[in-house]
Design a protein around this ligand. Structure first.
Ligand code: MN
Length: 434
């Protein structure tokens, strides 16, 4: 993204502060430069669009109804009074920028304070930010794909022949995507022990996958591919995504058509969508191609700095740690910029056939792993299939997840000359199988 774009965007001015004092605390997730979108439940039980600011939520409908929030195109104001973000997402970058600027002006220090429009984040529950029509999960980290390939096909090249030519993905199950905080039940599945016949029972090798997800904003009609230089206009913003995975189910079922029941019992996302505008100070060139990599076909050649520099941490809290009030234990730290494919490349490839995209569709990045052990984004890789267990501070070990374990993912962006922004948390507790 051009540096001039950042300078011209007053909502990204690092000196900007808010009359919401908690937004000005250094190191917080939601300064006024962030302004992520979500849906919260009001005290009357209504689903309502909000914007996170410091430790509060701006009630957007209330701000529009009371005329505190002005200057929005009428269709934008209307879409922001809906119970999901889909209609707003579908309006495209002009509406997104107009809303961002108006909300930034409303919340900026120097504007009339409107504390009656704020609700403490701690006092409400969050909903899914959008109704997801379709969910696709990619496999964009060559380090993850290489590690998994080495484990499952030790005698072959760890990367399959197509891996560096196209972003590999599978069509997931939108109905099983849930917002952070929703418990995840250990799935039942068909398993095949190495030394016996197949059986049906609770998953024994339950894993997380640390990913980021991107929401599609403006859609595209069937038969109309989205060119890579247009991808930006169709990407609304990102969330943290945990693609819960049943490794034993996966191992038995994945050939020949890829993941199925191993992935359809739950995928968690963080509730706040951080927009592409807020991410523009954290864009980098890339992704890196190595000397032996095949040349990219034209439709996949990046036309902008599409790599996002987002750090993601994974923590585990066991039931025992929770009862003893022990701090969450950090298992890994990765970065979205380690991926071999960007969201723009994923969207260009996904839609290249003419596959239609809808506002609110979700694309997962695939497990984010880097070159170092501490940056491996799932337990399968971190413990090398259980051979090197993770030690927890309660004295127990984990090869895979146990009932009662909570997995927490958190993410942030830092860059010189920009105010740090965070994505918040994506967490869930594992419940026993039924
Ligand atoms: Mn995945």
């Amino acid at each position: 993204m051009s540096a001039s774009g950042e300078i011209n965007d007053p909502t990204l001015d690092p000196s900007l502060q808010s009359w919401v004092e908690s937004a000005n605390e250094v190191g917080g997730n939601f300064p006024i430069q962030n302004l992520p979108w979500g849906v919260f439940i009001t005290s009357d039980g209504e689903d309502r669009i909000g914007v996170a600011i410091g430790d509060m939520i701006l009630d957007v409908k209330q701000a529009i109804d009371t005329l505190a929030l002005q200057g929005l195109p009428p269709e934008t104001a209307c879409s922001l009074c809906a119970p999901t973000l889909n209609a707003f997402m579908g309006q495209g970058p002009r509406s997104w920028r107009a809303a961002r600027r108006s909300i930034s002006s409303l919340l900026a220090r120097g504007a009339d304070p409107h504390p009656q429009l704020l609700i403490p984040q701690s006092s409400v529950s969050m909903r899914m930010p959008a109704q997801i029509g379709d969910y696709t999960d990619f496999y964009a980290s060559r380090h993850h794909a290489s590690n998994v390939g080495r484990m499952f096909r030790p005698d072959a090249d760890p990367l399959l022949p197509n891996y560096l030519n196209l972003p590999v993905g599978y069509h997931g199950r939108a109905s099983s995507v849930v917002v952070s905080g929703t418990p995840i039940r250990r799935p039942m599945g068909q398993l095949k022990p190495d030394d016996g016949p197949s059986q049906h029972g609770p998953c024994r090798l339950l894993d997380y996958e640390m990913e980021m997800g991107v929401f599609i904003g403006q859609g595209s009609p069937m038969g109309h591919p989205i060119a890579i230089q247009e991808a930006d206009n169709h990407l609304f913003g990102i969330v943290i995504l945990n693609d819960w995975s049943a490794r034993d189910v996966q191992k038995w079922e994945y050939q020949p058509l890829g993941p199925f029941n191993a992935k359809n019992f739950g995928t968690s996302i963080s509730p706040w969508i951080v927009t592409m505008e807020a991410l523009s100070p954290f864009r980098r060139s890339g992704p890196e191609r190595l000397p032996d990599d095949p040349p990219l076909l034209d439709y996949l050649v990046p036309t902008k700095d599409d790599v996002l520099d987002v750090t993601v941490d994974v923590y585990i809290v066991s039931e025992q740690m929770r009862s003893q009030q022990m701090a969450p234990h950090r298992v890994s730290r990765g970065n979205l910029s380690d991926l071999t494919w960007t969201f723009s490349q994923m969207l260009a490839h996904h839609s290249s056939t003419g596959c239609p995209m809808q506002p609110g569709d979700l694309m997962g990045s695939g497990t984010i792993s880097g070159t170092e052990k501490e940056s491996r984004g799932c337990l399968l890789e971190m413990t090398w299939r259980g051979q090197e267990p993770v030690e927890l501070p309660d004295g127990t070990q984990r090869k895979f997840l146990q009932d009662g374990d909570e997995v927490i993912m958190s993410a942030f962006c830092e860059s010189e000359g920009a105010v740090r922004i965070g994505l918040g948390d994506c967490s869930a507790v594992i419940q026993p199988a039924l």
